[in-house]
Design a protein around this ligand. Structure first.
Ligand SMILES: Nc1ncnc2c1ncn2[C@@H]1O[C@H](COP(=O)(O)OP(=O)(O)OP(=O)(O)O)[C@@H](O)[C@H]1O
Ligand SMILES: [Mg+2]
Length: 390
């Protein structure tokens, strides 16, 4: 039988001495250590004392019957494999024993091949469970190690906000999924192709949202040290403008970049700084788009991006003449995951930006006037930063 390096113990509980003797010989011959008990009571006591791997028990015995023994064993040791021996006409009991998670049942008169097969299946299941358990233990170790790696400066309060922010976004997506599955169901029920197409489009949109959310989460949870490189500070700003200019012109928003004229370089994680500028510029575009024009007046919507040097800092400023912010939004910015964009927003944008700027020992600031616009600025020190963590 499988697993030669471990000797499994089998407890055999049967009130018929003849059966006990025959099975003892068969199972010992097959390489098992066999324990014997003549009734349910003794069987349970032996079980508690010796913790066998497998129990084979007669279903009908005086005193504690096989089913009760099975229940008691499963209650304290759900992983123990219990095989039931049934006689003719015990079918109801046999079925009942399966409900209580018996591994198998064999019928009298016992055929030794059938017995060996049943025990072999139990052994295989146990070794799979053990492998699974050791895999899960390893996984747990990896997770624990990752946990320890999480930036210790990240306070529990921030973690709480992360979870709260996440659950809000997940609830939104779940609502969307429910809606799309309802439309799909209607489409299937009524054989309505239009519903099917609509439901499927909605479903795809929600799948995209989940994908983006997991990317946001990964970005937010990333604890590796920024990959610092010398770059021209105009470089990430230029890339953002290039990427977003067609979106801006579609919405009739003027987007302009005022690069730093002086030739100098800063030591930053270019991709991370790109992400921050991208967040600020998309927020500025959203604010312009959502601005309600006062009737009769029409201002040209614009977003300006400045790259400047202010003493020992490189400053990126993103200015828009969009809808601006209420105090109840600006009051919690960078502290909580807040979005005013319903299901379109997550509130991860600025929280992630803040985290990245903190990692660069920089500053992130803003000013905003309701109905008039906002300016967001990020300041990065010109001196290389020592982040001090891996
Ligand atoms: N330039 C801006 N003008 C007006 N409001 C802004 C501006 N930038 C940010 N906000 C407000 O701050 C909120 C949070 O912004 P943040 O980028 O964190 O999330 P979001 O844009 O709502 O969603 P996402 O995570 O998808 O970017 C926005 O919902 C918006 O109300
Ligand atoms: Mg945003």
């Amino acid at each position: 039988m499988e697993n030669t390096h471990r000797i499994y113990t089998i407890l055999l509980v049967d009130d018929e001495e003849g059966i006990r003797n025959v099975l003892d010989i068969t199972l010992t011959h097959a390489g098992f250590k066999v324990l014997l008990a003549a009734d349910g009571d003794t069987g349970f006591k032996t079980f508690l004392a010796q913790k066998p791997d497998i129990v084979i028990t007669d279903i009908k015995m005086p005193g504690i019957g096989g089913i009760d023994l099975l229940k008691q064993i499963k209650q304290i040791s759900p992983d123990t494999e219990v095989i039931m021996i049934t006689g003719h006409g015990d079918m109801d009991l046999a079925v009942k024993s399966l409900q209580y998670e018996a591994a198998d049942f064999i019928t009298k008169p016992i055929d030794s091949n059938e017995l060996e097969l049943s025990v072999k299946k139990a052994v295989d299941r146990m070794s799979i469970n053990q492998r699974m358990k050791s895999y899960m233990d390893d996984l747990e170790k990896v997770i624990r190690k990752k946990d320890r790696e999480i930036d210790e400066s990240q306070s529990l309060a921030t973690i709480g906000q992360t979870v709260a922010g996440m659950s809000h976004v997940i609830k939104n997506i779940a609502g969307g999924l429910k809606g799309s599955s309802f439309i799909l169901e209607q489409g299937i029920e009524n054989e309505n192709r239009e519903y099917l197409v609509k439901g499927w489009e909605m479903m795809k949109g929600n799948i995209d949202k989940i994908t983006n959310l997991s990317l946001d989460l990964l970005n937010y949870a990333k604890t590796s040290r920024p990959k610092l490189k010398q770059i021209n500070p105009n470089h990430p700003a230029r890339e953002v403008v290039e990427l977003l200019s067609s979106r801006a012109s579609e919405k009739q928003i003027n987007i302009s970049l005022y690069p730093l004229e002086k030739e100098l370089s800063i030591m930053v994680d270019c991709d991370a700084i790109y992400t921050v500028i991208f967040t600020l510029v998309t927020n500025a575009l959203d604010a312009c788009e959502e601005k309600n024009e006062v009737s009769g007046t029409r201002t040209d919507k614009k977003v300006d991006i400045f790259v400047e040097q202010q003493s020992n800092w490189i400053v990126y400023r993103v200015r828009d003449n969009g809808q601006g912010m209420d105090d109840n939004v600006s009051g919690v910015l960078f502290k909580e995951f807040i979005t005013t964009k319903g299901t379109r927003g997550t509130g991860f944008g600025l929280m992630t930006a803040k985290k990245i700027i903190d990692e660069h020992k920089g500053r992130i600031l803003f000013e905003s006037k309701k109905g008039q616009g906002s300016v967001f600025a990020i300041k990065i020190p010109l001196q290389p930063v020592q982040t001090g963590r891996q």
